[in-house]
Ligand binder design. Structure first.
Ligand code: FAD
Length: 386
């Protein structure tokens, strides 16, 4: 099992609970969770609530290899580790998350991200963006660049836009946020747009692709963000670049030319290399969004499939659920839920299941949705990390 995030740690626990010998390969000392990190960026939540240790998994009896997986030999069924060791496997599950594509946007590389943080992997980047926003003088311009699909957490940029706008409205009222989007439609769009019209008419300007919103280049030295139509001078620029599966996916031969990993929707086994399963953000999971909720659900389903395959049984056809909560302001939440099943070789929406919060929900319902989001995060992180 490679990757101790929401997908990998879930699958490792399920395999261990079934008495299979499993080693979880994860180099990071702590796991720093992205869900709720937009509230950290807006100064509404302390960073330490995002940080989880691996002691809980060790206490549960799991074997951890605290090093990076650097290569996979799919024919010999072996993982090579950065510490020089190798791990043989009967079945390998990868849940390595994403890599940011520093080759996709002219001017935006790892050095530029120090000045124009993406904060799309929680940790130092989250704190950097929070600090930049806190230190920005009133009257400043914040620019948020949002990529085209697919990327980690479809509603995440719009939750971030909402909470940055909340920060500006309440603490720097002469400031403004400009959201530059590389697409015209997005997750929970009607709910977000209604919230922005209600809460932030003077603080948030949204520019879709059709309005010239796609960021085409950046210059970190001058904090300039360019589109084909205009040039924006930012005091704070958060640029979320296009993404792909983390590098170990390509090294293992399970990523295709898109950079993501095609999988069988019943077992999550790679379409490219047998014996390797891919879950979470790295996988092409059809209609299922790249979320921690999805990664957690896929971790359980994939582990069950692996248990069946190793026992020579036919894996059961799964149904998976995802729910994504977003805050549009503190104590003001919205959600989208979906149910997915294998259909024509992909994970497809179960038509008629799921949906979004009502557009005209009263304040009390929106408070409750915000609380559900917080409860979900506490429950899932406790179940995964202990
Ligand atoms: P990750 O959680 O990224 O875990 C991957 C792990 O693999 C990491 O620990 C990494 O160190 C390890 N790894 C990588 N390469 C190797 C290697 N070679 N060897 C060993 N280990 C390796 N989702 C929700 O459901 N709800 C939300 O409200 C939500 N909000 C979000 C807000 C933001 C701002 C962002 C950016 C994301 C949000 N998400 C949310 C999405 C969620 O964080 C991801 O979908 C989720 O973390 C995916 O889990 P994963 O297991 O695929 O990858």
């Amino acid at each position: 099992m490679v990757g101790g995030g929401f997908g990998g740690a879930t699958a490792a626990r399920a395999l261990h609970a079934a008495d299979l010998a499993v080693t979880l390969v994860e180099p990071a000392e702590h796991y720093i969770a992205c869900p709720m990190s937009n509230a950290v960026i807006a100064g509404l939540r302390p960073m330490d609530l995002q940080v989880f240790g691996y002691e809980g998994l060790a206490r549960a009896g799991l074997t951890l290899a605290r090093t990076e997986a650097v290569a996979v030999d799919g024919a010999a069924r072996q993982v090579r580790l950065a510490d020089g060791g190798t791990l043989p496997y009967d079945r390998l599950i990868l849940s390595p998350g994403i890599a940011l594509r520093f080759d996709a946007l002219p001017g935006y590389d790892a050095a530029a991200a120090e000045i124009m943080p993406h904060a799309w992997k929680a940790g130092a980047q989250t704190e950097r963006l929070a600090r930049q926003l806190a230190e920005m003088p009133d009257g400043g311009t914040v620019v948020l660049g949002v990529p085209g699909n697919p990327y980690r957490c479809p509603p995440g940029p719009y939750e971030r836009a909402s909470l940055i706008a909340y920060l500006l409205k309440t603490r720097k009222p002469r400031s403004k946020l400009i959201v530059l989007d590389a697409k015209d439609t997005f997750s929970k769009q009607r709910l977000f747009e209604a919230a922005w019209a209600r809460l932030y008419p003077d603080h948030l300007e949204y520019v879709p692709l059709a309005g010239g919103g796609q960021v085409t280049a950046v210059d970190p030295k001058t904090r300039t963000v360019r589109t084909d139509f205009a040039e924006y001078q930012a005091d704070v620029a958060c640029i979320i670049p296009p993404q792909r599966a983390a590098p170990i996916a390509a090294a293992a031969g399970v990523a295709d030319r898109s950079g993501w990993c095609p999988i069988d929707p019943v077992t999550f086994e790679s379409r490219l290399t047998p014996g390797i399963h891919v879950i979470g953000d790295a996988a092409i999971a059809g209609a299922m969004p790249k979320s921690a909720f999805s990664a957690n659900a896929q971790g359980k389903v994939c582990a069950e499939a692996v248990i069946d395959l190793l026992a020579g049984r036919e894996p059961a056809v799964p149904k998976l659920i995802n729910t994504c909560y977003s805050l549009v302001a503190p104590d003001d939440g919205i959600s989208v839920a979906g149910v997915y099943h294998p259909e024509n070789g992909v994970l497809a929406d179960v038509v008629g299941a799921g949906g979004t919060s009502p557009l005209d929900a009263p304040a009390e319902v929106r408070h409750r949705e915000a609380a559900y989001g917080e409860d979900w995060f506490r429950t899932v992180s406790h179940a995964v990390f202990g």
